[in-house]
Ligand binder design. Structure first.
Ligand SMILES: NC(=O)c1ccc[n+]([C@@H]2O[C@H](COP(=O)([O-])OP(=O)(O)OC[C@H]3O[C@@H](n4cnc5c(N)ncnc54)[C@H](OP(=O)(O)O)[C@@H]3O)[C@@H](O)[C@H]2O)c1
Length: 213
């Protein structure tokens, strides 16, 4: 599978390495490919390009950019290049202010989410929320004594979610599908919860797991 990853940060790099490890072809998209030169030397076969070139390259696309730039990046990627494609949305709507006692502030409300904004702006894109509520170091085949952690996903397109579930299975996760795009109102704030032990106790290695009776 050709995977286009919009982003050059730690999430883009971690997921790119994961897709490469599992035998997929990867292109990272950025405004400045120079910043990926060293990373690319260490990751044989990885390609880099503009946001548009990466969006066109991907049969499946990953959005891994700063939350407040997500809409701009989709525009730079040329929304038309993404029409009909699955876009795995890893972003969180983190506001540009410091956390309060370890609690991040979002620029969305509980009646709205970033993925809903993206879906409204690009109705032909098959967005699936995933990978937003775990640290980048544990995104690919994390090892826990308690078994596979749970990745919460949502989106309006059932086949797209099924395909992302396949990726998650390959990446060592169990998937909990929470329904349509509106569920991002609940999934995105899991990032706030996940970060609290990090900010308070410098503990960044955990992941969520749902237990079923
Ligand atoms: N860090 C984590 O462990 C983690 C875990 C789960 C989810 N997330 C979420 O995943 C996303 C990516 O996080 P990250 O830590 O890897 O990177 P980040 O620092 O949040 O974002 C870096 C990316 O955002 C792009 N960007 C920033 N400002 C921009 C602007 N004004 N216009 C266009 N593009 C802009 C950069 O583009 P260029 O490449 O062109 O510079 C770069 O690719 C975020 O939404 C974050 O909340 C992060």
């Amino acid at each position: 599978m050709n995977v286009g990853i919009l982003g050059s940060g730690v999430v883009a790099r971690a997921l790119a390495a994961g897709f490469l490890k599992h035998g997929h072809a990867v292109m990272l998209g950025t405004r400045d490919i120079g910043k990926l030169a060293e990373w690319q030397e260490q990751h044989a076969g990885a390609r880099t390009g503009s946001f548009t070139v990466a969006a066109v390259f991907g049969e499946i696309v990953v959005l891994a950019v700063k939350g407040d730039s997500a809409l701009d990046v989709l525009r730079l990627a040329d929304g038309a290049a993404l029409a009909g494609k699955i876009v795995i949305d890893t972003t969180n709507p983190i506001a540009a202010v410091p956390p309060v006692n370890g609690v991040l502030k979002f620029f969305t409300s509980l009646d709205d989410s970033l993925m809903e904004r993206l879906q409204r702006a690009y109705p032909d894109v098959r967005f699936v929320k995933a990978f937003n509520s775990v640290g980048n170091a544990r995104m690919v085949n994390p090892q826990y004594a308690g078994g596979r952690p749970t990745m919460f996903i949502c989106g309006n397109d059932a086949p797209a979610k099924q395909a992302v579930g396949g990726v998650l299975d390959q990446f060592g996760w169990e998937t909990l599908d929470l329904g349509s795009v509106e569920a991002a109102r609940a999934i995105e704030p899991l990032c706030i919860l996940w970060c609290i032990p990090g900010f308070l106790h410098n503990e960044w290695t955990h992941a969520f797991k749902v237990l079923h009776a």
